[in-house]
Design a protein around this ligand. Sequence first.
Ligand code: 16G
Ligand code: ZN
Length: 527
Amino acid sequence: MDLDAITKHSASHAKPDGLILQYGTAGFRTKADRLDHVMFRMGLLAVLRSKQTKSTIGVMVTASHNPEDDNGVKLVDPLGEMLAPSWEEHATHLANAEEQDLARALVAISEEAAVNLHQDAFVVIGRDTRPSSEKLSESVIDGVTVLGGQFHDYGLLTTPQLHYMVCCRNTGGQYGEATIDGYYHKLSTAFVELSKQASCSGDDHRTLKVDCANGIGALKLKEMKHYLPQGLSVQLFNDGTKKLNHFCGADFVKSHQKPPEGIEMKANERCCSFDGDADRIIYYYCDVDGHFHLIDGDKIATLISSFLKELLLEIGESLTVGVVQTAYANGSSTRYLEEVMKVPVYCTKTGVKHLHHKAQEFDLGVYFEANGHGTVLFSKAAEAKIRQLAKELEDKKGKAAKMLENVIDLFNQATGDAISDMLVIEAILALKGLTIQQWDALYTDLPNRQLKVKVADRQVISTTDAERQVVKPPGLQEAINDLVKKYKLSRAFVRPSGTEDVVRVYAEADSQENADSLAYEVSLAVF
Ligand code: 16G
Ligand code: ZN
């Protein structure tokens, strides 16, 4: 390591004095003008991680659903998964080292992680459409090159596309070709093959309106449209001409429980929203009375797992299916999955890495956060078995095995992916001849409310049991329990946010009024 060169370059990416940032649930996130030094340093860190794992590492510049003026950065590990927890700590140390301590911090990390500095390093970079993203990704590249790393800058990509590229590059092309064309080709081929099995032709349910949050999803979906069959007509709204995530996008729709601005919705039309980096998707429609119906990640997980179970039943193969949710999952969804569908359901802490990790325990692991981030993971053994059965079986069984094989290829198994999930959902609806109303009618969500509470220090609250119980401060959980007892079908929890300086409150109950007042009462107890 040429420590002098690093110190010299770092001076042009100087850290604002006293600024302390944390590698949170989805990397670093704050106002874009405070992030230049973090980008440079994440370029350095990506090189160390690449040397240590002898693999390509990804760096994504995005702040997802957060306001346009924010930005952020996260590292992607070799198989396309989130950065390992021990390296999140290294990232935080490196980002917070004062200028004069930077070289020492780098040496300390390489020693602690036993990095062979003679090893080659390769880093791939992607960015979203924020005005600040291009310059910030150049700072990442500066960090990579000053440590002698090689790189490929993919430029504008959705977050899941970058995860896909990393996975392809580290699996010798087995997962797919590590180009944007390779991504579109893989997904569209699987979608076309799967859709061929749909018996209902010429139906009028195959138009989908997509709110792209004025983000990267618009750009990439426009490109992908050329690869899609004519049977599916995708109409884009909020296509990037207005402000990113502003009154639109999956996060807005889910948290406000109302349609985004900038989309024309007619009664009963099927619509969906992506978030700002296209790793989340939420469906919805308005009925003839003008009532808004939200179909969130929980209902997406239900649709997908019931489809997978039906295929497995048809094939006659007893592979295990597990569904992973977080505390935010609507109580009705958990009950439906467990009691009606008889699938085991597990709850983890918020954040994709926790769900992803748990889902790896099953042959088929379905994970979705209520906010629309999720995918399905197939174990290596299950995948091999399904591919073999698709070759061997005939008739109805063979058809089901082939469909399952296409489903494997259509999911982005590196991370939740709005484009890929959208295609899976569209294929399932077409195959089963389901309207969005029939899908919605699987179960009725319990009315719920989310609130955020600003506190001096959110870390005074700590939780256990996948964030469903408070352990600190003493007495708070008892207070919540007493409030919950006052309402029917009720549940509530509080947790410190991993991305914002707030405490989040969630409540559900038998009516919207009760959910609202339970959430409000719990938020008062937090002060
Ligand atoms: C991040 C997470 C998302 C989670 C959210 C919770 C990833 C890629 N994204 O956006 O999964 O739901 O944080 O935010 O892990 P919160 O901690 O502020 O509630
Ligand atoms: Zn996102």
